[in-house]
Design a protein around this ligand. Structure first.
Ligand code: NOJ
Length: 698
């Protein structure tokens, strides 16, 4: 429910300066559950305000919550309605834990395939990231919790994340990196978190042009801007740039022992806090920050408190681990699963004898490491999920040793060691590859379950699967030509065995419903609904394989590939990706016909399910601009998408709306510009599988 912050001005007028200052700098949460805490002002009836991580579910300290699939899986659903439902469910869980703001969604564009946080992000494409991000924001805020879109902006790598400068030109910022944030602002997001990195040399918490001018003045953002944790570098610079709240505001446990600690790359110095404490008071005394600016900061925080009803005398009970949240976690995991290849081996017959092979088949893959880690009430491992669904025999064999899990928390001196992000039982210490190969040879279908390990604060060293997992797949595939590989990864991985196996499923990090969602897809109880939000290709084929671009040299990551990120890059080069953006099979087959431009912003196409089973198709529209002599433009850019569920034999006409931006380019001199000319709209199954094209004159 939207509420007007009627009493905010009155409250502000009654507050003294110390009370105002207490609302712009975090402090310790007496309950110990929040990630960030503002104490409120008891005298005036302003309650405490709690902020909590993160995009995959609620990470209230010491508490449990539904572990939803990774954001990348949510994005792979290409289903904004489902994303909105997830946002609402996470918000109800936040409220059940007495939290008021959720530190989600993360909407940074996937620029670097190795980035350790890609699993927390949405897409390599700004329209797709905007649509899914906006839906998550809308869902979160529909349940009276503040959404926090992060990390503003160009936080596209974890290597040197606290120091690196993303050097990126204005057009690329506007067309690629800023749109998901702008979409969130247009969707009414209550909070924006600044990134740890610099953009063109200026730290994002000090970035007056991007925070003050673009976000607040140009886009009209009325909520509060919060720093990333220990991510503030200055007091006066940040306050005047437009930063409103410092988090967490207090040094980690006030621990003197940390004074000499050498902070590993990617970890912010957690002794560096309190810049909006006494130093801000001094800056106000000295006239370096105006009292009006402080009032604006406080007004923005109070405005969000009012909007979510914190001044109303109402209970905010929330909902935790309900049946509908469990079902939703599974539905998302199923719909986010991408069937990359299928040589008629899937779906499995109910009575197929299967071998479930892989070093982690007894563990659910909840998520990656870092601030988004959640602890669920219950979870299902791949082995358990398949065992409960199968009518045939199920043989389980790890095959090769476990891979090493990684978590940001293992790098922190003040977090207890022995942190276990995924739980689950431990398979035998010395697994036998021969036993796995024998089990595979005896089975009708071997299912090899493999995974990567990614975390906040670290980028992956390579796109290869870690440990001996490739060797395992190759050995199993040599023993049985009906091998199915199930990949769980935080982004693209290389699959050298791809041509030797019968099917490949990408499950991302599926969350608590892992094994049950997997069984649902394997046995065809539901269609694998997902499509790729990111291009899969060999590591050296990405534009960021040049170290100037990633991780950068001399503290600078040069974004000089410009707009040519993801499929925009592959379209412009001769290199075919392994799997293109938007790719994914259904168990059904679809035909496209009668594509037509209804007017200059609407394209319709009829899609028919020509299979004998129901399926879900994601219809994509890409715009190809007219040739321009002097301006480099991508070959095609996603403009709209829509998913349709069709029964066997059913046809439906799908309407795709292309907004003004779909035809625009950003001209640094003149702003958003639509060039006159003939545009082509490709109606497609992926960026590389165009089914029909229509022309639109603008
Ligand atoms: C740092 C992360 O970058 C951010 O996403 C998270 O919300 C905060 N830590 C709080 O945990």
């Amino acid at each position: 429910m939207e509420r007007t912050p009627a009493d905010v001005d009155t409250l502000l007028a009654e507050m003294d300066r110390a009370e105002k200052l207490s609302l712009v700098r975090g402090t310790d949460d007496p309950e110990g559950t929040a990630t960030g805490f503002l104490p409120g002002v008891e005298r005036l009836g302003i309650p405490p305000f709690r902020l909590v991580d993160g995009p995959l579910g609620i990470r209230a300290e010491g508490e449990r919550a539904t572990a939803f699939p990774a954001s990348l899986a949510t994005a792979a659903t290409f289903d904004p309605d489902l994303a909105r439902t997830q946002g609402a469910a996470m918000a109800r869980e936040a409220r059940a834990h007495d939290q008021d703001a959720l530190l989600a969604p993360g909407v940074n564009i996937i620029r670097v395939p190795q980035c350790g946080r890609n699993f927390e992000y949405l897409s390599e494409d700004p329209v797709h990231a905007s649509d899914i991000g906006r839906a998550l924001v809308s869902g979160i805020q529909s349940e009276d919790v503040v959404a926090t879109v992060k990390h503003f902006v160009a936080n596209n790598q974890e290597t040197h994340r606290t120091t690196v400068s993303a050097d990126v030109d204005e057009r690329t910022l506007r067309e690629l990196y800023l749109p998901p944030f702008r979409a969130a602002v247009e969707g009414g997001v209550g909070s924006v978190m600044t990134a740890y990195n610099r953009v063109n040399g200026t730290h994002m918490s000090d970035h007056e042009r991007l925070v003050g001018d673009v976000l607040k003045d140009e886009w009209g953002f009325g909520g509060y801007v919060v720093s990333d944790w220990y991510g503030l570098e200055t007091t006066v610079g940040a306050a005047n740039a437009g930063l409103d709240v410092e988090m967490p505001g207090v040094p980690e446990a006030g621990d003197d022992a940390l004074d000499d600690f050498e902070w590993p790359d990617g970890i912010p110095d957690a002794t560096h806090a309190g810049l909006f404490g006494d130093p801000l008071a001094t800056a106000l005394d000295d006239g370096d920050v105006s009292p009006e600016r402080l009032d604006d900061m406080v007004t923005r925080v109070l405005g969000q408190m009012a909007r979510i009803g914190l001044f109303d005398d109402e209970d905010r009970p929330g909902e935790l681990d309900s049946q509908r949240h469990r079902d939703l976690a599974e539905r998302l995991a199923v719909r986010g699963t991408v069937l990359l290849d299928n040589d008629d081996v899937l779906p499995l017959a109910d009575d197929a004898d299967v071998a479930v092979v892989g070093p982690h088949v007894h563990e659910p893959k909840l998520g990656g490491g870092g601030s988004s880690e959640t602890t669920p009430f219950h979870s299902v491992s791949p082995a358990d999920g398949i065992e409960s669904r199968a009518d045939g025999t199920v043989t389980v064999a790890p095959g090769v040793p476990e891979i090493e899990d990684v978590s940001l928390f293992d790098l922190l001196p003040f977090v207890e060691s022995g942190h276990d992000s995924d739980g689950g039982s431990t398979p035998p210490v010395d697994p036998s590859l021969d036993a796995a190969v024998d089990a595979a040879a005896d089975a009708d279908v071997p299912i090899v379950v493999v995974r990567d390990a990614t975390t906040e604060a670290r980028d992956r060293d390579s796109l290869s699967l870690p440990g001996r997992q490739d060797e395992l797949v190759e050995a199993v595939a040599a023993a049985n030509d009906r091998t199915v590989v199930v990949v769980r990864s935080g982004g693209p991985v290389e699959m050298p065995w791809r041509d030797d196996v019968a099917a490949v499923l990408e499950q991302w990090y599926p969350g608590q419903a892992d094994g049950s969602a997997l069984a649902t897809v394997l046995y065809g109880d539901r269609d694998p609904g997902g499509r790729l939000p990111v291009t899969f290709a060999p590591e050296e084929a990405y534009p960021t394989s040049d170290e100037r671009r990633f991780p950068g040299v001399d503290g600078v990551a040069h974004y000089d590939e410009g707009l040519f990120v993801g499929y925009r890059h592959f379209d412009a080069t001769d290199h075919d990706p392994t799997y293109p953006f938007g790719h994914g099979h259904s168990y059904a087959t679809f035909e496209y016909r009668d594509a037509v431009a209804i007017d200059e912003s609407t394209v319709e196409v009829t899609v028919e399910n020509v299979a004998d089973r129901p399926g879900r198709e994601v219809v994509q529209a890409y715009v190809r601009p007219p040739d321009t002599d002097d301006i480099d433009r991508p070959v095609r850019e996603l403009a709209a998408f829509d998913a349709v569920a069709l029964d066997a034999g059913e046809s439906r006409t799908v309407s795709l709306s292309l907004d003004h931006l779909a035809f625009s380019r950003y001209d640094p001199a003149g702003g958003w510009t639509v060039d006159d000319g003939r545009y082509t709209v490709d109606v497609a199954r992926s960026a590389a599988d165009v089914r029909a094209s229509v022309r639109i004159d603008r």
